[in-house]
Write a protein that binds this ligand. Structure first.
Ligand code: UDP
Ligand code: MG
Length: 326
């Protein structure tokens, strides 16, 4: 069996309940992919356990178009895992990843390819305009970046998106990253390589509903922190130290004022009150730091189990590459 040559570009798209928009998304993607790559492309759709008919629609598409591959996961593993599955399956000389809901402008794919051909190993879509998100979400996101960049040795640039192109070299390195709780963006940032940025406009979803709720966003932010840095551990260590010092000074002051000088300032602290305040302080610190430690422990726990990132139900890409057969 003769394998056909690897395509110039693989396009990796995670899908979760995208049946409302997938067909028009695919049509536009195909058009742009053909012009951007001179027909040397593959599209890898990873169905992340959708419970609508996304899979059936993509199956139909894949049956008609040999450039299309479908990797269907056995249940919903979350976008990060689905995206990893698609990136892992990619065989192209570069991999472009984008959302299947139309929020990452397909028309910009040629710009990504150009930047790559000009030498960048990682090309990153960068949102430059002011976003229309709710004020609270913007504030929280600002705080996240400020905290993250202040307390870690990695620098995250606000506005960078998951809309990216990575060279085959980066993809190969990505394959070797074993972590389970992953933020694809953060991992690619960690990998390094020369980068280029493409400004992208902020688009609304073409159809369907976004599946990132506040809860998921909070999880994502926590995960980013815990997966990329142990800074919170240091932070609480330092906080604990400061509070202990303050408590120590306070204790000495109260001891001198009340017990040695017999309360000339009329503080009238009872011994139990003093003890109570100090104990509360210290117990609080211990509880917080234990909470933080348990975050890390739980990750160590899931990591040591070495579970696979995702389970593939079936992979319709097996027949790809057979097309050049006699
Ligand atoms: N997605 C996925 N699994 C999930 C949630 C989302 O594969 O559990 C896909 C989804 O189909 C879309 C992309 O990930 O292609 C981004 O999801 P969404 O639009 O819900 O998130 P947001 O635009 O808010 O980042
Ligand atoms: Mg979206």
């Amino acid at each position: 069996m003769v394998k056909s040559q690897s395509p110039l570009i693989s396009i990796a798209v995670p899908l979760y309940n995208e049946s409302a928009g997938i067909v028009s998304f695919h049509n536009e993607l195909t058009k742009v992919a053909i012009t951007a790559t001179g027909n040397s492309y593959e599209i890898i759709y990873c169905d992340d356990g959708s419970n609508d008919n996304t899979v059936e629609l993509v199956q139909e598409i894949a049956e008609k178009n040999r450039h299309v591959r479908l990797v269907a996961l056995s249940r919903n593993f979350g976008k990060e895992s689905a995206l990893s599955a698609a990136i892992h399956a990619a065989t192209g000389q570069a991999v472009i990843m984008l959302d299947g809901d139309g929020q990452h402008p397909i028309a910009l794919i040629p710009a990504f390819v150009k930047a790559w051909q000009a030498g960048a190993k990682v090309v990153i879509g960068l949102r430059t305009e002011k976003d229309s998100e709710a004020f609270t979400k913007r504030l929280v996101s600002k705080m996240f970046y400020a905290l993250f960049n202040r307390f870690t040795d990695q620098h995250l640039i606000p506005g960078t998106t998951d809309y990216r192109l990575i060279d085959r070299a980066v993809q190969q390195a990505f394959l070797h990253l074993p972590e389970t709780d992953r933020i694809t963006r953060g991992l690619i940032d960690w990998l390094g390589f020369t980068r280029a940025y493409i400004p992208i406009p902020r688009l609304a979803r073409a159809a369907g509903t976004p599946s990132y709720s506040w809860r998921k966003l909070a999880l994502l932010a926590t995960n980013s922190f815990v997966s990329l840095t142990v800074a919170p551990l240091y932070l609480f260590g330092i906080l604990g130290l400061i509070i202990t010092v303050i408590a120590f000074i306070l204790g000495i002051a109260v001891f001198i004022e009340q017990i040695i000088l017999h309360d000339p300032l009329r503080w009238a602290f009872t011994g139990t009150a003093m003890l109570g305040i100090l104990t509360l302080f210290l117990v609080g610190i211990i509880l917080i730091s234990q909470g933080i430690i348990s975050l890390y422990l739980s990750r160590t726990h899931s990591q040591t189990k070495q579970r696979p990132l995702y389970i593939i139900n079936y992979d319709m890409s097996a027949r790809i590459g057979d097309t050049s057969d006699d």
